[in-house]
Design a protein. Structure first.
Length: 281
């Protein structure tokens, strides 16, 4: 698509950024809606981040997504940060408006929308959740579950200190559980979330005995390479409903696209197929 001088420009900032699927996602929506605009990958070293994001605002960009390793630094750089991003401690979406940088975090939104699309009958209040991990993704998940009304969230991480810090800083009905006890808390779980990199291609597997997990529990994995992780395969084999992690990536992109390009896009089977084709190439 040819972009005119009046075209709307946004992008994604990271270091490195070549792995990001965001340009493909936003490019699909730009073409689908016939929008005069572009979404550009921007490789920015950490020491140059603050100056680079201000420069983009000065030259007419509408805003940017933020990916690793800049999400935490973006909290300090933005002029305004919404409450969700502050609780999570990271910004992944920045809108440039009125000479100011407005930061937010759409990961919590993306997580919940993926669950709701993949398992429409899921009820937040049905029972406790078990979240594995205590990094940025886990923080977004715990915030999302607390806000949705999940009555209790067990946070299990290999570092007990990080799990405790997550519960303290994100808040809500969360409690840290020792990594060694992760299987023991599955007995009352209505939702199991893997928010670690375990099970990702090239990473060690997630060792977890699902024997105590109720058959009615929903299982989701934020890893999407492979799309069906060993955890999801094991859960599916024993009859649990499962939701893969690709949808979180797609749904979290929607609020930014709407803010920059003026259309709130849909996550469709065609979009999933388009992104998966790129990932496989």
């Amino acid at each position: 698509m040819i972009v005119s001088a009046e075209g709307k420009i946004a992008g994604v900032m990271g270091w490195p950024v070549r792995h990001s699927l965001s340009p493909r996602v936003h490019g699909y929506w730009l073409r689908q809606h016939g929008i005069d605009g572009a979404y550009i990958p921007l490789a920015v070293r950490p020491e140059a981040f603050a100056g680079a994001i201000r420069a983009l605002a000065d030259v007419g960009f509408r805003g940017v997504n933020i990916t690793v390793p800049h999400k935490t630094a973006a909290v300090a750089v933005c002029d305004q940060v919404d409450g969700t991003a502050r609780r999570i401690g990271a910004v992944n979406t920045v809108v440039f408006a009125d000479g100011r940088l407005h930061g937010s975090n759409s990961d919590a939104y993306g997580f919940l929308e993926n669950i709701r699309q993949g398992a429409p009958d899921w009820i937040a209040g049905a029972g406790p959740a078990v979240v594995l991990g205590a990094g940025g993704a886990a923080r977004a998940v715990v915030a999302a579950l607390a806000d949705a009304g999940v009555p209790k969230v067990h946070v299990c991480n290999r570092s007990a200190e990080r799990a405790a810090a997550l519960c303290r800083e994100v808040g809500g009905p969360s409690a840290a559980v020792a990594w060694a006890d992760r299987a023991s808390v599955l007995g009352e779980a209505a939702l199991l979330v893997n928010a670690t990199s375990l099970g990702m291609a090239g990473q060690p597997p997630l060792a977890l005995d699902l024997a105590r997990l109720p058959a009615a529990a929903l299982v989701t994995d934020l890893v999407y390479v492979p799309l069906e992780t060993p955890l999801l395969a094991a859960a599916r084999a024993r009859g649990n409903r499962v939701v893969d992690g690709l949808g979180m990536l797609l749904h979290q992109a929607r609020p930014g696209f709407a803010a920059w390009f003026g259309v709130f896009p849909d996550v469709t089977p065609d979009l999933r197929a388009f992104v998966l084709k790129q990932r496989a190439s």
